[in-house]
Design a protein around this ligand. Structure first.
Ligand SMILES: Cc1cc2nc3c(=O)[nH]c(=O)nc-3n(C[C@H](O)[C@H](O)[C@H](O)COP(=O)(O)OP(=O)(O)OC[C@H]3O[C@@H](n4cnc5c(N)ncnc54)[C@H](O)[C@@H]3O)c2cc1C
Length: 454
């Protein structure tokens, strides 16, 4: 590629803070909340004009409950749900054989509640600001270079928590990262959208009364009898539509009820080969997904009961990314750890969601279930190269397969909480997060309501 040299220039230092959280998705908002307190100056940077990340694209939160129906994500993540629930903006955690549990949320309310929490905790929020680079010195990431309408500036921080999903801060600082499986294949992204005017009871009745025709993956028909649900199946219906010439990019019909009685969120676009860290690739994904929507809607209206008079009400503001970079940190969580329900002395979060890999080439999905909880140790948040950088959320240190389990938003929030509390505890103790006393961190997590096992 042709290159040019950018002349060196002086940058304004916009802010100097104690803890800088980059990325205001599920891991970032909880990390900022957890880091705040004790007079620390905490800042949350977000490139979009609202907080919430993937909490705002119409997805349910999966796996607050484990495979035995017991809650294993609590703490600040549960507090967020409680606040949403107060105004009817979140559901109960409904057990689900395939997803452990689902919790439906109102995407718009999440944006407001997240901002309320930041205000109450005294976290300074800076939106419309993109982290473009880092300033490093020895084993420290001293700050980040940001780009906004105000130009190129710097923010200096004692501790930085990378919650960008793509690991932008870690990658720019030179931390080793990887993308996808051994061939670089990443789970494809999806542009979520919702449909209103859906006769949900008609769909429910079809599934309950004709389970052989509306085949659901792993989910008994009883799961659909009342309340909210996710359909993952209707494989035969897709085949019928394909035989009729309708192009469907997936093998399974994934539909999620919303908080409104006639609302369904459609999780069915899939664009293979998209790399969200390359703008031309991400752009292709958005364009192709919009084309796919037209065919999927034809399918739903003609082949799925209840959609006859439905219309598209809202398309998510951005295409959701299942997978991009993950860090190679001090410990890389593996599928073995997950499937052997491994416990770690340095546990900072507990999960039980299965390995759920949407095939990179599109079409189907592989689910590998685990029988119980597994731990995620603190070292999955720590890079080898720096002592004051933490990486939380889906870009934490996991293998390709393990990330396919830990990527759910309940777990990302639990990791965000651990990172935020570690940052604050370390600053108070006058040590770097890499050297934080893990027992103190675990005690604070437990004392404040997080679940780290019995
Ligand atoms: C289509 C799809 C379906 C899914 N289904 C479910 C589901 O049903 N339930 C479930 O629990 N999970 C689901 N997941 C997984 C889950 O949504 C993600 O893994 C999770 O949201 C990751 O959280 P995060 O905080 O790490 O990152 P994100 O949610 O991606 O948040 C990252 C934030 O950082 C900001 N950001 C990124 N880069 C920069 C930068 N350089 N500077 C400033 N800000 C930046 C972004 O704007 C964003 O707000 C799904 C994911 C996808 C894509």
């Amino acid at each position: 590629m042709k290159t040019i040299t950018e002349p060196a220039r002086q940058l304004n230092v916009r802010a100097e803070v104690d803890v800088l959280v980059v990325g205001g998705g599920p891991s970032g908002i909880i990390a900022a909340e957890a880091a705040a307190g004790n007079g620390l100056k905490v800042m949350l940077l977000e490139s979009r004009g609202y907080l919430g990340g993937n909490l705002t694209i119409g997805l349910p939160i999966l796996s607050f409950l484990n495979c035995n129906g017991k809650q294993n994500v609590k703490g600040l993540a549960q507090n967020l749900i409680d606040r949403l629930k107060k105004d009817g903006n979140a559901s109960e955690h409904k057990p689900c054989k395939l997803h452990m549990s689902l919790t439906i949320i109102n995407s718009e309310a999440v944006k407001d509640v997240a901002l309320d929490i930041m205000k109450e905790k005294g976290v300074e929020v800076l939106m419309y600001t993109f982290v473009a680079d880092t300033i490093t010195e020895g084993r420290k990431v001293k700050g980040v270079i940001i780009e906004s309408k105000a130009g190129r500036e710097a923010i200096l921080a004692k501790t930085i928590i990378d919650c960008t999903g793509d690991g932008d801060v870690a990658e720019r600082a030179g931390v080793p990262m990887s993308k996808g499986d051994s061939n670089g294949g990443m789970q494809p992204p999806t542009l979520m959208y919702n449909m209103r005017g859906v006769e949900i009871d008609k769909l429910r009745d079809a599934i309950v009364n004709h389970p052989e025709d509306f085949d659901m993956d792993t989910m008994p028909k009883e799961q659909f009898k009342e309340g909210m649900f996710i359909t993952v199946g209707l494989r035969k219906r897709i085949k019928m539509a394909q035989a009729a010439g309708i192009k469907i990019p997936v093998a399974r019909t994934i539909l999620i009820t919303g908080l409104n009685k006639d609302e369904i969120w459609v999780n069915m676009t899939r664009v293979s080969g998209v790399d969200s860290t390359l703008p031309e690739s991400y752009t292709r994904g958005e364009i192709e997904a919009r084309e796919q929507m037209k065919e999927i809607n034809k399918y739903l209206k003609e082949f799925v009961p209840g959609f006859e008079n439905a219309w598209v009400d809202k398309v998510s503001p951005f295409m959701g990314i299942r997978e991009s970079r993950v860090m190679h940190g001090r410990y890389i969580l593996t599928t073995d750890d997950i499937l052997s329900n491994r416990r770690f002395d340095h546990v900072v979060a507990v999960a039980s969601y299965p390995v759920d890999i949407h095939h990179a080439q599109g079409g189907d999905c592989t689910m590998i279930f685990t029988k119980d909880d597994y731990d995620i140790p603190y070292e999955c948040l720590l890079p080898n190269e720096f002592d004051n950088l933490l990486v939380a959320g889906r870009c934490s240190s996991m293998s390709h397969e393990a990330m396919a389990a830990t990527r759910v938003m309940s777990t990302c929030m639990a990791l965000g909480e651990a990172a935020g509390r570690a940052a604050r505890i370390a600053l108070i103790a006058g040590v770097e997060p890499a050297n934080v006393d893990i027992k103190i961190l675990q005690k604070e997590l437990r004392d404040t309501g997080a679940y780290l096992g019995e």
